[in-house]
Design a protein. Sequence first.
Length: 390
Amino acid sequence: MKTQVCIVGGGPSGLLLSQLLQRNGVDTVVLERQTRDYVLSRIRAGVLEQGFTRLLREAGCGERMDREGEVHHGFHIAHQGRMDRIDLTALTGGKSVMVYGQTELTRDLYEARDRLGGQVEHSAADVALHDLTSTKPYVTYKRGEQTLRVDCDYVVGADGYHGVSRKSIPSEVLQEYERVYPFGWLGVLSRTRPVSSELIYANHERGFALCSLRSQILSRYYVQVPLSDSVEQWSDDAFWDELKRRLPAEIAANLITGPSIEKSIAPLRSYIAEPMRYGRLLLAGDSAHIVPPTGARGLNSAGSDVYYLFAGLVDFYRKGSAAGLESYSQNALARNWKAQRFSWWMTSLLHRFPDNSPYQNKLQLTELEYLFGSTAAQQALAENYVGLPY
């Protein structure tokens, strides 16, 4: 096959970039290791900043999101038995976020690719990237016993942390920065009415908790657990009892419980790789950076990568200018490091760290007191939460 841009990875960022490029006359092929059903079975968060929602609309994929998504103008932080609200809209001059499940978003993107006849090759095994520092890179993969080749101008690596793309950058070029947190999130999805119309983040002496939602009939809840815990240790009843302990009494009293549809434990980590460009390879999303989910920056950070890639590639093919692609790594990393900072700060603010001294725990509570006594501090939080400009 011959194409202009070969995108490795058929998750939201790869599909969104492919859709945007094709609508602007740039030919793409997407290679995905898993089946379409597998990709659509992944349960992920869905708090979208305004820049991401604009990209979806520009890609022709925002109609169902605008119809079914939940616009949120604020969220709550529970601490020391009380709740305080961050009024995003008031603090940012009218901005808000959209709550829309990543599974639904991915389904919308697949349907949009189908409508345009976009080429998405699933079950692409043994993907390998070749001649990345030349002007004629190519990608090979296997379908059954057959080895196939895609010749292209650029390769976009959107295949996640465990994918082949980042590993194709020589170790003497790649720099990696990482922090692994000493806990994870035990998450439960239930077909129950959410306890709150807005998200509730909870700082509690027993550990962090989060009340989130996918819709008015589908709730997503989390509690902080040690990394040594397993899902099998947590019955539904045990989960609901622990969640109630970490919420203010009036919220816990209104919590509607039910059987879990999905239950999993996600470890928390911060990771970023530099550079995000190597020759004709451009990294995007989890292949280059991972953040704790506390600040809802993961998918949104991938969205900012897509924005810079889309602009740079369209300029290259329409105007013959490679300036946007040459500055891609610098621009994407500048914004991603700010997302790393915010996610680290939110995680540090709201979780209980097992090695913290009483002094550090007291400072954490003082930080919360300062936050809700300072409009400037709340504005800084809200500015980051709704999304920094591209």
